[in-house]
Design a binder for this molecule. Structure first.
Ligand code: SF4
Length: 233
């Protein structure tokens, strides 16, 4: 039976989206001046965190010069600076910064992943690319299902992409689907009588949201604390 480590290894070889393959590799070749000494990852980015996580955090897609450079979700960009600082503040990350894949950072009971694994141009995957990538998230959710009890979705695009995968992975998503909002919380019963999953909406940790104050560190910490409580962390 496939393990999460097997899945993580397999996803890094995916080339199913020609536009994203070309973009992620071009960015890795041309680089940003500040990172010219780096060897960019330039491949699909696997989820990060333990295989028995009870809390899942889902964004949208890797950033071109963040995770597409480091190979680890939300590592090496301003969004990650905000997210990992908050995770550390609430006791879920071993350190407040995420610089590179070998910086020693570990997460406690938390797995960070995304419905699209390759950095898209302008941070916008197409509907076809989101559909191509959904099976990876679906397999990850199925593998985490025995332990997953709470899930935080960062941003409305991630919400739209994640809820259908949750429905396929065995949780009952109401119809019509609940609308995204910061602070929204829905308990999704398991379709097979297993444990439910509490899904939390949170504004994305993007520079635009954090610089404008739409999402403050305190707001993010509050959502993470609530979700961690549900997840027994
Ligand atoms: Fe594969 Fe997903 Fe990357 Fe498309 S976005 S190439 S499906 S890993």
């Amino acid at each position: 039976m496939e393990t999460l480590a097997d899945l993580d290894a397999r996803v890094t070889e995916c080339r199913a989206c020609p536009r994203l393959v070309e973009w992620r590799e071009e960015v890795a070749r041309t680089k940003r001046a500040a990172f010219r000494d780096w060897t960019y990852w330039g491949r699909p980015v696997p989820g990060f965190g333990p295989a028995d996580a009870s809390l899942l955090i889902v964004g949208l897609a890797p950033a071109a010069h963040g995770a597409n450079r480091t190979g680890r979700m939300f590592t090496g960009d301003s969004s990650g600076d905000v997210l990992y600082a908050a995770l550390h503040a609430v006791g879920l990350a071993s350190r407040p910064t995420a610089v590179s894949a070998d910086d020693g950072l570990t997460l406690r009971g938390v797995r960070i992943t995304a419905p699209v694994r390759c950095a898209p141009p302008a941070n916008k995957p197409t509907p076809a690319e989101r559909a191509n990538c959904r099976p990876w998230l679906l397999d990850e959710l199925r593998l985490l299902r025995p332990t997953a009890r709470a899930l935080v979705v960062l941003g409305g695009f991630g919400w739209q992409a994640t809820l259908p995968a949750l429905a396929e992975a065995g949780w009952a998503v109401p119809k019509p689907r609940p609308a995204f909002g910061h602070g929204v919380r829905r308990t999704l019963p398991a379709s097979d009588g297993g444990p439910p999953l509490d899904v939390f909406g949170c504004f994305h940790v993007s520079q635009r949201n954090t610089f404008t104050g739409l999402l403050t560190p305190a707001m993010l910490r509050d959502v993470l604390r609530d979700a961690a409580h549900v997840a027994g962390l």
